[in-house]
Design a binder for this molecule. Structure first.
Ligand SMILES: *[C@@H]1O[C@H](CO)[C@@H](O)[C@H](O)[C@H]1NC(C)=O
Length: 574
């Protein structure tokens, strides 16, 4: 077994080292590519009009433009009422690019609110509105939101921004437990009496779970058009769309008719669809009193049943306590114990026959149900005109917006926000995302998959490596068969142990030698793949000497296995 483990480890290391060579090989190209083709990070420049753009790269500008709330939340305990959550402008925890900062909600389980004015208020007229920003739940999300509020124009002081501050639109992700949301809520003003009501978009059909747990940045986009249509995208993929008129609860427009609240069901209204048949009579032979279970007369007492032995007897070993007071405690009786005589018998005591189902049992007789000739149908109150009816054909024309802000509570820290844009032009928002989010995502993808991609590329360019993969899978099986069929003798065992130790010493010792040794093994395996019959022999061979001899011959074939090993070169990547 020890041999097998050693060999499996050995093979795994072989593949790993090949991956590293491949990685090393390709990395040089990619580094060069990155240097020449893609310049390092530059803050985005908006390509057209926007009510607001914010990339958080300029801390000075951020400090001037964003206002921390000093409000207190009403109606809760004083110690958690304060908006004292901690915000910071800092690079992301993973895949940071020099100069690319974001807004991070650092604290958890605290109210946090921060806001900024738009450069120009939004008056919903003839242009669409696009709201777009990035969220990265860097520590996942247990319970909490990351939605943006677009605050209604009403001259409110942003230092007082709190949960009741009027907003026109609320948009973004929110989660608690297994409840995943991507909110789009707008507040609609009733044209008849001015009452404001929240309208919630229907739930997206898409799975939202991953956006909260993959610790990656995601791009949230809301597009609103003057024709009342809306579109919600995550990472540029549509997850929800529809109309402000049709896809919100409660609906923007109340129904034209409502049920008359004063209408009541007439007393003689028969709403029973079925009734018991009045003509049915109980059959004469129907015995309602027949029991469901009766004694099974065929049941016999099992052989060996001790009818005259009680199943429990007074415990002969128990003794009356010294302080037993007959007057106070009553007559003393020893506690019962199972009768030892019954231990081997099927049972003791009077035998009771088993019960069985009564074939004559019928239960209570009930007349069958028949259609009710007087049935008038289900009663419904009559419909009347809805006194509160109105028809707002332009819910797009929402209450003007003058500021945006985050007003949040989160149970997970380190939510990063980045690259906010509020514009009237879908193309401008798209270009902004291309320069920011898409570039970021490309970089992350490159960093995440480069190792595996490079191994794949290496495999494609060097098909012989498949032989190594095949052998890596096959050798343990072959060894297992070998060990089972040819139990090794003591002498042989000693040899193997020696070899094992030697191998482990090599692995622990000089790294460069190990890499070369592994490369040798790979080459060996490759040769042997063509002559499978030799494998058993190979396993038996004293590989020590073979390795030594191959060391020289393969050294030249693999120039990359130089003194500056791949593991040492890796840190240069960053
Ligand atoms: C306005 O009308 C709605 C029904 O459409 C009603 O629920 C609300 O109470 C009314 N508000 C006032 C202030 O009358």
């Amino acid at each position: 077994m020890a041999q097998i483990i050693t060999y499996v480890t050995f093979i795994c290391l072989t593949i790993f080292s090949i991956g590293l060579y491949a990685n090393d090989d390709q990395k040089i190209n990619i580094d060069e590519e990155t240097k020449t083709v893609k310049p390092s990070y530059k803050s985005p420049i908006v390509s057209g009009f926007a009510y607001l753009t914010e990339d958080f790269d300029n801390e000075e500008r951020f400090k001037n433009n964003w206002i921390l709330s000093e409000a207190k939340k009403e109606g809760i305990d004083a110690d958690i009422a304060k908006y004292d959550g901690v915000w910071a402008v800092e690079p992301p925890k993973l895949h940071a690019q020099a100069g690319d900062l974001g807004l991070v909600l650092k604290s958890k389980a605290r109210h946090a609110a921060i806001s900024t004015l738009l450069t120009k208020p939004i008056f919903f007229e003839d242009d669409p509105i696009v709201i777009q920003y990035e969220v990265n739940f860097q520590e996942g999300q247990e319970c909490g939101g990351a939605y943006l509020k677009l605050l209604t124009l009403d001259q409110e002081d942003l230092k007082k921004f709190h949960d009741k501050t009027p907003y026109t639109i609320m948009f973004g992700p929110d989660k608690c437990g297994n409840d995943h949301h991507l909110h789009f809520i707008f507040r609609h003003k009733n044209p008849l009496n001015g009452t404001i009501e929240e309208k919630h978009a229907k739930k997206p059909k898409e799975r939202l779970e991953d956006f909260f747990k993959d610790k990656q940045p995601h791009l949230y986009t809301l597009i609103l058009r003057p024709d009342n249509t809306f579109e919600i995208k995550v990472d540029n993929k549509i997850v929800n769309s529809g109309s402000l008129l049709d896809d919100f609860t409660p609906p923007v427009n109340p129904s034209l008719e409502i049920e008359d609240p004063h209408d009541v069901m007439p007393e003689d209204w028969d709403d029973r669809e079925k009734i018991p048949d009045p003509l049915a009579v109980k059959p004469d032979d129907w015995d309602e009193d027949a029991p469901a279970q009766i004694i099974d007369e065929d049941d016999k007492m099992p052989d060996g049943w001790l009818e005259h032995e009680p199943p429990m007897i007074p415990n002969p070993e128990s003794i009356k306590p010294d302080d037993w007071d007959v007057e106070m405690d009553g007559e003393w009786e020893p506690p019962s114990t199972p009768n030892p005589v019954c231990a081997d018998a099927p049972g003791c005591g009077p035998y009771q026959q088993k019960m069985k189902k009564n074939p004559k049992y019928k239960g209570k007789w009930l007349p069958p149900l028949v259609n009710n000739p007087n049935y008038k149908g289900k009663w419904k109150p009559k419909l009347i005109h809805n006194p509160n009816y109105f028809n707002d054909e332009h819910p797009f024309r929402m209450m003007p917006i003058y500021a945006i802000g985050f007003e949040l509570w989160s149970m997970s820290p380190d939510i990063q926000f980045d690259n906010i844009i509020i514009t009237n032009n879908v193309q401008v928002a798209k270009k902004w995302a291309d320069e920011t989010f898409e570039a970021k995502r490309l970089k992350i993808a490159e960093e995440t998959w480069s190792v595996w991609r490079q191994v794949a590329t290496f495999t494609a360019e060097n098909p012989w490596i498949w032989a190594v993969y095949t052998l890596a899978a096959g050798i343990p099986v072959i060894l297992l068969v070998y060990c089972c069929c040819f139990p090794s003798e003591d002498k042989e065992k000693e040899e193997y142990n020696y070899e094992e130790k030697d191998l482990l010493n090599t692995l622990d010792g000089d790294e460069n030698l190990t890499n070369e040794g592994i490369e040798n093994e790979a080459e060996d395996s490759n040769e042997n793949a063509e002559t499978n019959a030799d494998i058993d022999e190979e396993a038996e061979k004293d590989s020590e000497s073979e390795e030594a001899s191959n060391l020289e011959s393969t050294k030249d074939d693999v120039p990359l296995a130089g003194g500056d090993g791949p593991r040492r070169r890796k840190p240069n990547k960053e």
